[in-house]
Design a protein around this ligand. Sequence first.
Ligand code: ATP
Length: 226
Amino acid sequence: MSPSVTQAPLAILGGTFDPVHIGHLRVALEAADALASELRLMPASVPPHREQPVATASQRVAILRAALAGQDRLKLDARELSRSGRSYTIDTLIELRQEIGRDRSLVLLLGRDAFCGLSSWHRWRELLEHAHIGILSRPGHALDMDDELASQVSSRFISATSVADHGAFGKVFEIAVSALEISATAIRELLRRGGNPRYLLPDAVVDDASLLMPYSSSRAVDAISG
Ligand code: ATP
């Protein structure tokens, strides 16, 4: 048997992770299990599609490291932070594909909203030449694709359970994950108001108040440590 057949897929979840929260971690774990894949969280340094993060790249990485400590199912891949300029996913996929070869499955994981906005991404049509796209899909939410996106992907949908039969890239599938209505925006707002983020963020992050300083007023740090 060739090594490619036995190799687990590589799945990546990109994002600003400003900060990473248990919604991200839980869906990443569920996707990794559903695909029996290696899973890497990949923070973006200068995300092209949205406003700039509140925390710096190194502050966000420090939070990610604390969040991932003590387990080895989810990994951190900080390559986009060492690249100058904007973080384009197409560049990352090309680089990863060069590293893993043509035969290993590569899966770009996207939240439903991120997927539905795909047609505004830089060189988006090329993404599927390098990876599959796995949509983290929460029960009860339909996919609201624009016409351009729908025409590009509608013939490529497969079921998440059949990924292994469909080559290393080029397909689109939904992965059912838990609906956790947690957003980094809401957590930043909570911290700004001096609220306590426990049970929204991993304990290791909450327990090290210095990690959340970028988001906090002094009242917030007091609330967490108090
Ligand atoms: P913000 O509120 O700052 O926009 P976010 O958490 O929505 O933060 P990112 O950090 O960029 O944004 O998210 C990374 C990826 O995780 C995206 O694909 C996003 O759709 C997905 N995601 C974010 N929150 C959840 C959640 N609670 N459940 C499932 N997927 C999520």
